[in-house]
Write a protein that binds this ligand. Structure first.
Ligand code: AP5
Length: 190
């Protein structure tokens, strides 16, 4: 199985590149942001609680997110592999993912991290907010999401770096140029 983590700050292009990776490698896409937004849209109890947190740019609790991930892993355990987008976001989540994959005799193959400077992230997200109306794409929440990423999520990169699984990729340029860089990393794993 090929199990990838697509890592990077808000607006770095994780969702955009995930779509292309899934098409090429036929992986199962697990985006915790998308799963949470689905809960919000369906107005579930979990969704109601998550919405406030997401609109402020803070992280939803590890317990909730890990529960969602375990369910997805169980549903697709016989598949070709996974692409994790927006997860893990804390070291506790990374440890739990490791445990969950070990239960299926699996492990993370690589963490690909998209490097994009802050000013470009803000530009992309403000633009997406205008186009899609996503409620966390306003300046105040965007800045908080990037701050939260720097404080709570960057340690996850160090966690995988220690295991020699962290590969940074330049996330600037055209979508296709970035995709080519990602494909090069994945194809070197084979
Ligand atoms: P989540 O949905 O994961 O948001 P995020 O990490 O902030 O990432 P984004 O979806 O905003 O950006 P992206 O990197 O996918 O970029 P995209 O491809 O869309 O999380 C939302 C919230 O949910 C969190 O704040 C938190 O509250 C909660 N949450 C989620 N997961 C959690 C977890 N594991 N634990 C706890 N809480 C969690 O691109 C952005 C824009 O740029 C698009 O408009 C795109 O068209 C454009 N673009 C893409 N590539 C390029 C390019 N090369 N050039 C120019 N524009 C580009």
């Amino acid at each position: 199985m090929l199990n990838l983590i697509l890592f990077g700050p808000p607006g770095s292009g994780k969702g955009t590149q995930s779509e292309k990776i899934i098409q090429k490698y036929k992986l199962v896409h697990i985006s915790t942001g998308d799963l949470l937004r689905e809960e919000v849209a369906n107005q579930t109890e979990l969704g109601m609680k998550a919405k406030k947190i997401m609109d402020s740019g803070e992280l939803v609790s590890d317990r909730i997110v890990i529960g969602m991930i375990r369910k997805k892993l169980e549903e697709h355990r016989a598949g070709p592999g996974f692409i994790f987008d927006g997860f893990p976001r804390t070291v506790a989540q990374a440890r739990e993912l490791r445990k969950a994959l070990t239960d299926y005799d699996e492990e993370i193959s690589v963490m690909i991290s998209l490097d994009v400077p802050r000013e470009e992230l803000v530009k992309r997200l403000l633009n997406r907010g205008k186009e899609t109306g996503r409620t966390d794409d306003n300046l105040e929440t965007i800045n908080n999401r990037i701050d939260v990423y720097e404080k709570q999520t960057i340690p996850v990169a160090h966690y995988y770096d220690k295991m020699r699984k962290y590969v940074p990729v330049d996330g600037m340029g055209s979508i296709d140029a970035i995709f080519k860089r990602i494909v090069k990393v994945i194809d070197q794993l084979k």
